[in-house]
Design a binder for this molecule. Structure first.
Ligand SMILES: [Zn+2]
Length: 543
């Protein structure tokens, strides 16, 4: 006997699946939400309904966008299966599927995954995933001609969006408040957050097939002298530090009490490529100078980290900022911005010292030449006072507000100067680590900030003005070099020559070539006239 297959409209089927997922596979979301609000109070009930509408509504819109004939049911079935798996890990382990999980999914260790496949897993996936997916496969989707279907589904999408908007407006205040206080809630929305994370991951890795033009395809190391120690270069990429706040550059306040005794060269006339991180960061590492550069050009071309890797230099990017803006896509990256266990972090962020956590171990576990990039959070505003541990609140009183324009100018400057003081300490500590490795390595440190900052001069705050009109405060940045004795000797650097170049005009365009030069990488794209060390590389490279 044949069982008759029920017939459903596409929008009804989408609603059914969305409601099922919103209720059955979102147990972690609901339990997290009910810890924050009480659904039995009138306002709590309204909020709960809104949350339900939003969750289901987004799924309905998502499903209907993929409701083309041969796509619709596979998308629904896959979503049901995926949501049941994520729902299981959420409710059983409190696991949130985000960047690192997606990353590890693509580099899965099957043995590890095997341990998670329990009986409970099998039962839950069967009940919440496989059976509903089979049901979707069983029903028939009615069609009344493509034009009518398109119109009807568009109306359904429109109505759903209106309903979601209306619902969120009624609890707008609570939504903003709870949304801000409990960011983790959004991460437990299943499977939306996982899809979002996967898309973010894919974008970060570059879509498969996106071509990246080779730069310096001929890169190779210069002749290696027998007995030469390996080179370890640390590049600290500063954040929002401006040149004039450095006492090394003549600032009247002692903001560099430690670096002043470290024997560094401070290049006093260095300028940034852009006035924001997103603009400057890719530019610093790209082959192009400011006139030729664009963000998309940089994204489509290899940068100096790729060229160094090709020549056999290991590259490690350690980040305490909001990522490397695509610069470190093809090299090893360590995100330390939430490394709670290091003791340098609070619930929101980490102090820059986290970048030095296990730095020596990182150096020791490698052999051969290595470039380590430390990407600071530096002086990132507007809450400057949050960027340094309290013992660095030397200049007082500090502006302790997210809106610096509400503070007196001297309070803003105090808070900002304390961040420079902390950067001084960070660089000094880094140099300390590199200095004592003289027996095994030739070490060097470079520090270059990504852009500057306005602290109320001419009524301007923060940064990001178009370069043409940006004041010096936003473009004139600190650029510092420290070379160990071993590095100077084995690379034949005339130290006096380098010191005498401290007031030469430099810019981010010098970084690409200086990094290549510092590892003696030879390639047709290397321009010695832009390498800050080239002119001072006088003597023959001695043993
Ligand atoms: Zn920046």
């Amino acid at each position: 006997m044949k069982v008759p297959r029920p017939v459903l409209q596409a929008s009804s089927l989408a609603i059914l699946c969305a409601v099922f997922i919103a209720l059955a596979d979102n147990r972690l979301f609901w339990s997290s939400l009910f810890r924050v609000i009480d659904p039995l109070t009138p306002s709590g009930l309204v909020f709960t309904l809104t949350a339900f509408l939003t969750l289901a509504g987004m799924l309905i819109v998502f499903f209907l966008l993929f409701s083309a004939r041969y796509l619709f049911r596979p998308v629904l079935m896959l979503s049901l299966l995926l949501a049941s798996v994520i729902g299981y890990f959420g409710s059983a382990y409190g696991v949130i599927v985000e960047g690192s999980i997606v990353r590890s999914f693509f580099a899965t260790d099957v043995r590890e995954a095997g341990e998670l496949m329990t009986w409970r897993f099998a039962v839950e996936i069967m009940v919440f995933g496989v059976l509903p997916a089979l049901a979707v496969g069983f029903v028939r989707v009615s069609s009344r001609g493509p034009m009518r279907e398109l119109r009807q589904r568009s109306i359904a999408i429109g109505l759903t969006i209106c309903l979601m908007l209306f619902a969120s407006l009624t609890v707008y205040k609570d939504l903003v408040l709870i949304g801000r206080e409990h960011k983790e809630l959004r991460m437990t929305m299943n499977p939306l957050y996982a899809v979002y994370s996967a898309v973010k991951y894919a974008k970060k890795r570059g879509w498969p097939g996106a071509a990246i033009a080779t730069v310096g395809g001929d890169a190779r190391r210069g002749a290696v002298h027998p007995g030469k120690k390996r080179d370890v270069v640390v590049l600290v990429v500063g954040e929002t530090a401006r040149a004039r706040e450095f006492s090394l550059n003549g600032y009247e306040r002692k903001t560099n009490p430690l670096l002043e005794y470290d024997g560094v060269v401070s290049f006093t006339r260095a300028f940034a490529c852009g006035t924001s991180t997103a603009d400057s960061l890719p530019c610093m590492f790209s082959f192009y100078n400011r006139g030729e550069y664009s963000v998309s050009k940089a994204a489509n071309h290899e940068n100096v980290l790729d060229v160094l890797s090709r020549a056999g230099v290991r590259v490690l990017w350690r980040d305490n900022n909001a990522g490397c803006k695509g610069v470190c896509l093809r090299v090893e990256e360590e995100d330390l911005s939430h490394a709670q266990e290091t003791g340098y972090c609070n619930s929101e962020e980490c102090f820059d010292e986290v970048l030095l956590d296990r730095l020596e171990e990182r150096i020791e576990e490698t052999d051969g030449d290595i470039l380590i990039v430390l990407h600071q959070k530096g002086s990132h505003g507007p809450a400057y006072y949050k960027r340094h541990p309290s013992r660095f609140s030397v200049f007082a009183p500090e502006c302790s507000s997210y809106s610096p324009q509400n503070c007196a100018t001297n309070e803003i400057v105090n808070a900002y100067d304390n961040t420079i003081l902390y950067t001084d300490y960070l660089l000094h500590r880094t140099i300390g680590i590199l200095r004592k490795r003289f027996a095994t390595e030739n070490t060097m440190l470079l520090y270059f900030s990504d852009h500057g900052e306005s602290l109320g001069e001419n009524g301007l705050y923060l940064h990001g003005l178009p370069y043409m009109v940006a004041p010096d405060e936003q473009t004139h940045v600190p650029f510092i070099a420290w070379l160990s004795d071993g590095y100077t000797r084995e690379h034949g650097i005339d130290r006096k020559c380098l010191d005498s170049h401290h007031d030469r005009p430099y810019s981010h365009a010098n970084l690409f070539h200086s990094l290549l030069g510092s590892f003696d990488v030879q390639t047709e794209v290397y321009r010695p006239e832009r390498d800050i060390l080239a002119e001072c590389r006088t003597g023959p490279r001695v043993l």
